[in-house]
Write a protein that binds this ligand. Structure first.
Ligand code: NAI
Length: 764
């Protein structure tokens, strides 16, 4: 295998800039080249690519440091810079002659062993490398990234007829370990795997919704969460990607797929959508598509009248039931919603099964592609296991439909089978073989199937693996309640009794935890049960405290969002090993409360440890907590005192668990918290005045002042004199008191209800 130390990306559009950004995030020098521009700013196109990466709304770069790794240029003046690059990734427009001309130039300039790849979505390697020297073909492959590159996990790695093992292994290891991608090796077949199945599925859902007369909201509620598919469903996803761009993607698949491919049955343009593109209703980028957001309401396009109407809250108990009880509930329903679900899913699953063995010999790459590239919770074959293959096949037969060869051949078997510490998958030959992952790569969603839980409830479970306890949250969005915390408490207590090596809190969901379950909080205030709420908060605090007081090391290994209560769990770890795209912070003020699970306490302690100055620490804490700030990368989290320099991050989330297992024995317990000397009344008064001034200037809402004052009171001690000492428990008590006071106010209750019912933070 070779080492990649210097990279060039050619084409600084959506994908090229994204790839360069991710290489820079990995700390590697990268040239980003595009065409030269007329006039003074000869590198204007590459410069714009770099600027898009710096957009704070979707940051392609993890920090300013990453920016320094990117050098911009153009292919007229800077091509010679590629002479010492180890990997050149081409991401120019999808036009064969443009790509071929570029390869001719690269062949002359690049080192004889430099690896060259294309990001093409549709052009086979055979055509890309037509007429190129054999030494070029040996070091050429396709690296098909997904947009946005920093956040989408899938990388499809495609081998040409002449590509060497060294090239494939080097790209595989580099993209997996340094760029953090889930690498799926694919055959050079049209659309590879992700888009082949994914675009079929969404086209199928789209056409079926139109044929059956379902509204966008109905279709998205069904072809969404109940199937383990992101809630954007089909129409929301069209709006997100762009209705015009999706039309191009469909068009290109139509051109490359064989004429007998079932994709053609779901690929015909829909008149309404052609009109929408002409009218500029192309989706989120233009502010309107199937949905649109007005200032005070969300609207949806009526597919018959072509008018936008306000979306009423959709009451779809079937979808909610299926989300809780499983897919079969939805598919077995005889009504139109059940029929829609069956029609879309059965066709999609059959389409995926038809790809075996021609496109893939076993189900794992297809399932991986859908989970990593389309964020499905389950791949098509995992869904078939849930439904039951015999039931699925019998229903197809009853309806007189063809049964894919692979499904008839293996009847009665499951695609996945768990054995001790190994998950096996069924290949076309009918054998169950262990799923092979690179050393150190553990996907907990797979591992957990092979383990017996030691204690479990609907919200969380804990397992024993390699002498450690692994605690997994698994509720919706991993919202935390008393049950989640009881499992954590049990794992901490039992691990000490059994003499385990330590405790790791980790899960393989998209997000580690979105915080305390707000519905539970709403339940408390709607039933006036404030004593119950106090008891819940106290329990939460004591469990996170026992992460510290427990004699064993506790590592938290989060991915995605760790916010609110989820971040309070992170804050009490002895060590954090997180993924590079982790987003962390205490956002409670946005829903009108304060962190009540040790978040204020920890924020204050950490800023004091960082600054050594209590007044500075108090102001820093006030700003972070008051504005509900989040850090969008571990590097930024370190700057905000949310992480410590002993915490670590990795690019690939699938390596967190094995890293945490390795680190347990070298993790020392975090020191217990000494009392803090509070800054008292003078700073509290300054903070209060600051809030009032901001409110007078119209920069804060009236309830922001109330919430901000509550935070100020906890961190300064309020009316107390300067130097009053506050123990860990004093701060816990103050947090709970502030939380309870706020939650009794109608304004906080309105914020919580708004968040739960509309997913919007109310500004009141
Ligand atoms: P884009 O249109 O955003 O960017 C293409 C860039 O290539 C432009 O900046 C253009 O100025 C530049 N360019 C054109 N000719 C060039 C040349 N001779 N030398 C240097 N630069 C040149 O396109 P996008 O979306 O970034 O796509 C790039 C490649 O990635 C295509 O092959 C596409 O099929 C593929 N792809 C696109 C995905 C997407 O979601 N947009 C996803 C996966 C693959």
């Amino acid at each position: 295998m070779k080492t990649i130390r210097k990279v060039a990306v050619i084409g600084a559009g959506t994908m090229g800039a994204g790839i360069a950004g991710q290489v820079a995030n990995a700390g590697i020098e990268v040239w980003l080249l595009d065409l030269p521009s007329e006039g003074e700013h000869v590198n204007a196109v590459a410069q714009r690519g770099l600027e898009r990466l710096q957009n704070p709304d979707s940051p392609g770069l993890m920090s300013d440091t990453a920016t320094h790794h990117i050098k911009i240029g153009n292919i007229r003046d800077h091509l010679h810079q590629l002479a010492d690059c180890d990997w050149i990734a081409e991401a120019v427009v999808e036009r064969l002659p443009v790509k071929q001309q570029l390869y001719q130039r690269l062949d002359k300039i690049c080192r004889a062993d430099a690896i060259i790849t294309s990001n093409t979505s549709t052009i086979p390697i055979r055509l890309l490398t037509e007429g190129m020297t054999s030494s070029f073909c040996e070091r050429f492959a396709i690296t098909h990234f997904f947009n946005p590159v920093r956040f989408m996990r899938l990388l499809e790695l495609v081998r040409g007829e002449h590509t060497t093992d060294v090239v494939m292994d080097t790209l595989d290891a580099f993209c997996e370990q340094q760029l953090g991608k889930g690498v799926v090796r694919c055959a050079d077949t049209p659309g590879f795997l992700g888009n082949r199945v994914g675009v079929y599925a969404i086209q199928c859902a789209l056409h079926t919704a139109f044929t059956m007369g379902l509204s966008p909201a109905e279709a998205d509620a069904l072809f969404g969460r109940p199937m383990g598919i992101p809630k954007t469903g089909v129409f929301g996803l069209y709006d997100l990607i762009g209705i015009d761009l999706m039309a191009d993607v469909v068009h290109s698949l139509v051109n490359i797929l064989p004429t007998n491919d079932p994709f053609h049955q779901v690929a015909q343009p829909i008149d309404l959508m052609t009109r929408m593109i002409a009218n500029g209703q192309t989706g989120n980028k233009n502010g309107q598509g199937f949905y649109r957001e007005l200032e005070d309401q969300r609207q949806m396009l009526d597919l018959v009248t072509e008018q936008y109407n306000q979306i009423e809250r959709l009451n779809l108990p079937l979808a909610e039931k299926a989300e809780k009880l499983g897919l079969s509930v939805l598919l077995d329903d005889p009504g139109p919603y059940g029929q829609f679900a069956w029609e879309v899913l059965s066709r999609t699953l059959c389409y995926a099964a038809e790809l075996v063995p021609e496109v893939s010999d076993d189900p794992v790459p297809i399932d991986d592609a859908m989970k990593l590239g389309y964020n499905w919770v389950y791949g098509p074959f995992e869904m078939l296991d849930q439904i039951g293959l015999d039931r699925f096949v019998n229903r197809l037969k009853k309806e007189g439909r063809d049964v894919p060869d692979f499904l008839s051949k293996i009847k009665g078997k499951r695609f996945y089978q768990a054995a001790t510490n190994t998950l096996k998958s069924l290949s076309y030959s009918g054998q169950h073989c262990p799923i092979m992952r690179p050393d150190g790569l553990i996907r907990f969603s797979e591992l957990r199937q092979t383990l017996q839980s030691q204690n479990s409830n609907a919200m969380a479970s804990w397992f024993e693996f390699e002498g450690a306890a692994i605690v997994e949250f698994h509720s919706k969005a991993n919202a935390l309640d008393g049950n989640s915390m009881s499992i954590l408490a049990d794992a901490l207590a039992q691990s000490q009794q059994r003499g385990l090596r330590g405790i790791i809190v980790h899960n393989d969901a998209q997000h580690f935890s979105c915080g305390v379950n707000l519905s539970a909080v709403r339940g408390f205030f709607e039933s006036d049960d404030y004593a119950g709420l106090d008891h819940f908060l106290n329990h939460f605090q004591q469990v996170v405290l026992s992460m510290r007081t427990c004699s064993l090391p506790v590592i938290v290994a989060p991915v995605g969002l760790s916010i609110g209560g989820g971040f309070e769990v992170v804050l009490h770890a002895d060590k954090v090993i997180c993924q590079a795209n982790s987003v962390m912070g205490l956002v409670e003020s946005l829903v009108g409360v304060v962190p009540g699970g040790g978040g204020i306490k920890e924020t204050l302690h950490r800023w004091f440890a960082n600054t050594g100055d209590m007044e500075k620490a108090t102001w820093k804490s006030f700003m972070n907590l008051g504005y509900g700030r989040t850090a969008t990368s571990p590097i930024l989290a370190l700057e905000q005192a949310m992480l410590r320099d002993t915490d670590q991050f990795l690019m690939n989330r699938d390596r967190l668990l094995s890293k945490a297992l390795n680190e347990l024995d070298r993790t020392t317990k975090a020191a217990s918290r000494e009392s803090l000397s509070l800054v008292g009344k003078p700073v509290f008064t300054s903070m209060y005045n600051w809030l009032q001034t901001k409110a007078d200037q119209g920069k804060l809402m009236p309830h922001d002042v109330i919430v901000g004052s509550a935070i100020a009171r906890v961190i300064t001690g309020g009316d107390c004199s300067i130097g009053t000492m506050a123990s860990e428990q004093d701060l816990f008590d103050a947090e709970r008191q502030a939380f309870l006071t706020l939650v009794k106010t109608p304004a906080t209750q309105a914020r919580i209800i708004s968040m739960l019912d509309t997913s919007k933070s109310l500004r009141n």
